[in-house]
Design a protein around this ligand. Structure first.
Ligand SMILES: [Zn+2]
Length: 455
């Protein structure tokens, strides 16, 4: 029988612990210990007296839960938040977003945009994100500095962009980055073919072969709108999901973003292949793209994660808002108020995201041995009182501003609502700087200018 004390780096005493596994559980009067970046104990507070910790934290009105996983976004697009609103997907992309990106995207834009996004995500309880955008090598540096965990889905298109000249170039740069960062605990680099309508079959087939050889995930926009599916059927006689399957691209490493157009056969194929769906309800609603059939996917056994998409189509990177929207949209879409209850919604935003990113052994729930990716949410405010059920309060009565503390692998990123790894004032000043430059319009040679500025 064990006697005496055990050591920990950090011992947290919150009012509630929401471990996510088992789903729906709420532990009151429990404590959680962290040692060497991992959760070393989760036990009744009375039994925690035997733990000698370097730091102890009392959180008397807080719920401690796993950090949220934002499974789809384009972080640097935070600088285009509010730039073009109230437009359908293709005119929004072709007439506004792509021209702006063509004029402005470079290393400086990505650096400052990712810093802004990272700050917003940390302050609203996200500890892991997936980021599909240009200059992922710049983004990786920013995530390492900010302390976040990140999957970088390096972009692949069939045409040139700010980051590359064509498929050969994108694949070479992306795989070189993957090699360079392969020993970074918190960073993964995966394939990010933009969508079947911007990446042709030849390139998709190459990615399928490489992904299988390297055992790397593939992150792709898929069936974002019914029009996208219809156009593909008219052009190729095949739904994009079937094309991916034929090319060997659908499997347990595949992350299908959006899937608003998913019929019975699509859902069966996703379930049979073990592919994941990333649901982005606010982006889908704002661009009037459609509704992902989340409850039918879950009933069929498909793993579903939540994502915000870019801030230009949301307009925030806040997973609390996304949980709220996902739950409400599922109820409205099915006519069933019991659809996607609070506990299941929180699972999607944590363990569902971890599974999609291949990280479920390490994050997504509060279990001994998993990484200490945690957030504390203060439920003591007027908008949260009284708290009958903390799970309900977290999903339906929080907006992310209640997040007071966060940790990734035991490292504190936020304490007392103050970010510890990012200079908040400098980041906000840079955002305003970009706003004034973008609104004034580009002058020749503007792209990349910011890259030459000192950070
Ligand atoms: Zn997207």
């Amino acid at each position: 029988m064990e006697t005496g004390t055990t050591a920990a780096d950090l011992l947290i005493h919150p009012r509630w612990i929401v471990p996510v596994v088992p789903e729906g559980a709420v532990l009151e009067g429990h404590s959680l210990a962290v040692k060497d970046g991992a959760i070393s104990a989760l036990l009744p507070r009375a039994e925690a007296a035997g733990i000698r910790a370097a730091e102890e934290l009392e959180l008397p009105s807080h719920a401690l839960m796993p950090g949220l996983v934002n499974a789809h976004g384009h972080a640097a697009m935070a600088l285009l938040r509010g730039y073009a609103d109230d437009l359908p997907l293709m005119p929004w992309l072709r007439d506004h977003i792509w021209p702006a990106e063509g004029a402005w995207v470079g290393e400086g834009f990505v650096r400052d945009g990712v810093r802004l996004a990272a700050l917003e995500m940390i302050e609203s309880g996200t500890t892991t994100c997936s980021d599909m955008y240009f200059c992922p090598e710049v983004a990786a540096r920013e995530y390492l500095a900010a302390g976040l965990r990140a999957q970088l889905a390096f972009p692949v298109f069939d045409f040139p962009t700010a980051w590359g000249s064509g498929p050969d170039d994108y694949l070479a740069k992306g795989l070189a980055l993957r090699d360079e960062l392969r020993h970074e605990e918190r960073i993964s680099v995966v394939f990010g073919p933009h969508a079947p309508y911007t990446v042709g079959e030849e390139t998709l087939a190459r990615i399928a072969t490489l992904a299988a050889e390297l055992d790397l995930p593939v992150h792709i926009h898929l069936h974002e709108t019914a029009a996208e599916v219809l156009q593909a059927v008219e052009a190729n006689g095949e739904r994009p999901l079937d094309t991916l399957h034929r090319l060997g691209l659908l499997g347990p490493r595949t992350q299908c973003v959006h899937m608003t157009d998913a019929g019975r056969q699509d859902i069966e194929l996703l379930a049979a292949t073990g592919a994941h769906v990333v649901h982005c309800p606010q982006s889908n609603m704002k661009l009037a793209s459609g509704t992902c059939p989340v409850t039918r996917l879950l009933d069929a056994g498909v793993n579903v994660a939540l994502g915000t998409d870019g801030a230009a189509s949301n307009n925030d990177l806040n997973l609390f808002n996304e949980m709220h929207s996902a739950a409400l949209l599922a109820k409205l879409g099915t006519g069933d108020a019991s659809a996607l209850p609070a506990a299941r919604t929180l699972t999607l935003a944590t363990l569902g995201g971890a599974r999609a990113l291949g990280l479920e052994q390490r994050i997504g729930s509060l279990e001994v041995g998993k990484q200490a990716d945690l957030v504390a949410v203060d439920l003591g405010g007027p908008a949260q009182q009284p708290v009958y059920n903390p799970l309900s309060t977290l999903v339906y009565a929080c907006n992310g501003s209640e997040v007071s503390h966060s940790w990734v692998a035991g490292r504190a990123l936020l304490a007392g609502r103050k970010p510890l790894t990012i200079d908040r004032r400098a980041v906000l000043a840079k955002a305003e700087d970009w706003r004034s430059r973008i609104q004034a319009g580009p002058s020749p040679g503007d792209r990349g200018n910011a890259a030459k500025e000192t950070p």
